[in-house]
Design a protein around this ligand. Structure first.
Ligand code: PLP
Length: 376
């Protein structure tokens, strides 16, 4: 099987899978326990935080573990109207976990403003800034689009937002950027940054929220006081350790592979198919995600044919497929035909050139079949 849907989720690294078992079978103690086994686990969690914080360029005490990035995003967006006043500005390219949360607030009567996208999928900075005023509580802009892989210059956008209103908090969904686009959070004006483990070789069910030390946010869950009282609940020790290990593995592998070369090769191969349009901006894109609109085909059918050929590709994002249509591609002014025929190919650290060649040959055959030119 050729797996080209790494933006949806990734295979857990072997080393990570091996490590996890230890925390189920031997080191299973509660980190809040005060006997030495518990204290040791508590120290292990701190070590994990230190390792992960280095990858984000922040302090270890600015990291709060959550169950997933959806939780991290909900936490920040739902906190934005704690004073019941002001407004929130989000980009129209946000993942459903930000967008739907913001929409729910809008339907309760809060002032939520949606900043439009440029045709290449980046947020229109000028228009976003025009929506920010002296009452803006929060701005949220996704770092790397899960739909197209296009990169927003979130550090610069955060600076411009703060220059307009220094009290506005800035949130960034960093799920598709984590370990793939360099960031040093301490030297930015980003206040919140969400990430998810299962996109980088850790298991599903572990995420985190970076909260800048100078920023106040209400706790997400109260109870036993874990995560400095901000997110109670016994820590998911095995998955936290797994995430720290995955960070290490990801960095090791990525140092040895030329992801840009793979991406450029993929784009080159895709362009050999007639009637394709790369959505996003191949000069300003993550090298892990490529969204391509193929004329004269329905992505749903194509995806299923590729699956019959043992190749997994995405269609829009896994999450947006539940909502139907494609809100983000629509916001990029894509035509209905482009949206219908859009598939997402997302590379992993282990994707090989041979896999790309084979997958694109199969894609080409299936596209020709669908366009009515029987081959073979
Ligand atoms: N944000 C982005 C950009 C994503 O791609 C995803 C998952 O697809 C999420 C948030 C949600 O992550 P999780 O599955 O950890 O809730």
């Amino acid at each position: 099987m050729i797996y080209l849907d790494n933006a949806a989720t990734t295979r857990v690294f072997d080393e990570v899978a091996n490590e996890i078992n230890k925390y189920y079978l031997q080191e299973y103690f509660n980190p809040s326990a005060t006997y030495k086994e518990g204290r040791q686990i508590s120290k292990t969690l701190l070590d994990a935080k230190v390792k992960i914080s280095r990858a984000l360029g922040c302090l270890d005490n600015e990291i709060y573990f959550t169950s997933c990035a959806t939780e991290s995003n909900n936490w920040v967006i739902n906190n934005a109207f704690k004073n019941k006043k002001g407004n929130v500005v989000i980009s129209s390219g946000e993942h459903a976990s930000v967008y739907e949360t913001a929409k729910a607030l809008l339907s309760k009567g809060f002032d939520v403003r949606f900043a439009p996208l440029l045709d290449d999928g980046r947020v229109d900075e000028e228009k976003l800034l025009s929506l920010v005023d002296d009452k803006t509580n929060l701005v949220s802009v996704i770092h790397v689009s899960n739909e197209t892989g296009v990169i927003n210059n979130v550090c610069a956008i955060a600076n411009k937002v703060k220059a307009k209103n220094k009290r506005t908090l800035f949130h960034c969904d960093g799920v598709q950027a984590f370990l793939k686009v360099q960031i040093n959070l301490s030297s930015t004006q980003i206040d919140f940054y969400s990430i998810s483990g299962h996109k980088v070789g850790a298991p599903k069910g572990i995420g985190l929220l970076y909260i800048k030390n100078s920023v106040h946010i209400a706790p997400f869950i109260v109870g036993g006081g874990q995560e400095k009282g901000m997110r109670s609940g016994t820590e998911n020790v095995a998955s936290i350790v797994a995430l720290a290990k995955a960070v290490e593995c990801f960095k090791d592998v990525i140092a040895k592979v030329d992801v840009k070369k793979n991406y450029d090769f993929l784009i080159e191969q895709i362009r050999t198919i007639n009637g394709v349009k790369i959505l996003g901006n191949s000069d300003l894109n993550s090298h892990f995600i490529c969204c391509v609109a193929i004329s004269g085909v329905r992505a749903e059918t194509l995806q299923s044919m590729m699956s019959d050929d043992n190749v997994c590709v995405g269609r829009g994002s896994a999450c947006s497929s539940k909502h139907g249509g494609n809100r983000v591609l629509s916001a990029m002014n894509c035509s209905n035909e482009e949206i219908e025929g859009a598939i997402r190919i997302s590379l992993g650290v282990y994707t090989t050139k041979d896999e790309i060649v084979e997958a694109i040959n199969l894609l080409k055959n299936n596209v020709e079949k669908l366009r009515g030119k029987q081959v073979g």
